[in-house]
Design a protein around this ligand. Sequence first.
Ligand code: 6GU
Length: 305
Amino acid sequence: MVAKIGAMRIDVVTIFPEYLDPLRHALLGRAIERGILSVGVHDLRSWTHDVHKAVDDTPFGGGPGMVMKPEVWGPALDDVAALAGPAGQDALLESASPHVRGGLRAGKETTVDAAPVEDPDTRPVLIVPTPAGRPFTQDMAQRWSQEERLVFACGRYEGIDQRVFTDAQQRYRVEEVSLGDYVLIGGEVAVLVIAEAVVRLIPGVLGNRASHQEDSFQDGLLEGPSYTKPRVWRDLEVPEVLTSGNHAKVARWRRDQSLHRTLSVRPGLVEDAADAGLLDKADRRTLAALEGSDAWSDPATVPEK
Ligand code: 6GU
């Protein structure tokens, strides 16, 4: 068997394991089947001790809602880090391809297990989805796609006792991240979003290796429009340059569309790209020409009769 490059293990701790079923479908499911990815989903309630399987309690200092308990989350994250206790059993049960765990271990050329726990680079990343986190970006997705292990902690209610994450820093690189400026009920949907953004960047997951070189955000700008056959559809004609066969002209046109669209819908991104030195002279010329122009819209036109 060919050695697996970039194999990754993702673990998720949640009170709603079934919410994570989509992780096994489509793109991620294919990555699992091909041994690039393995996924363990763990029910937080496995770490409760009382008959009610309580995971939350009232907040100190008062206020509405409930806070998730440290005595449940602490041992859960300890076990998931070590793949021990209920986490070890879940991992065996939940793996979509049973050979993967062995494959992952065999693939570890570096002595990850022997490295001291204090080494920041060998601790798994613990990703905590929360509206109070740092905004999740393509840059984070890129960095995390190179990790061997990602662990997600899904909070519900008003969140998780903060001491859980202070303590977890002994075993994890803890990252609290937000998807945007709105509030979700819990972290589960955010995990699906983040996992998909990360996994598609693992080498070998996408069919076309070049296909993420041209993603939106890869160069700090949004992607321009795309078209396929037929050339005229409902009286709308694909921009002529795209059918010209002139590759340099096509590339310039696409870049200009990208600049126009980004300036129109996300002007801050154009500023950031300029500050990062990602815009060349031709780009600046395009932007100057766009000054005071209309908002970007589909450049497909109605053909002249
Ligand atoms: Cl990552 N989690 C939750 N629970 N709510 C959010 C979010 C994440 N991002 C925006 N709202």
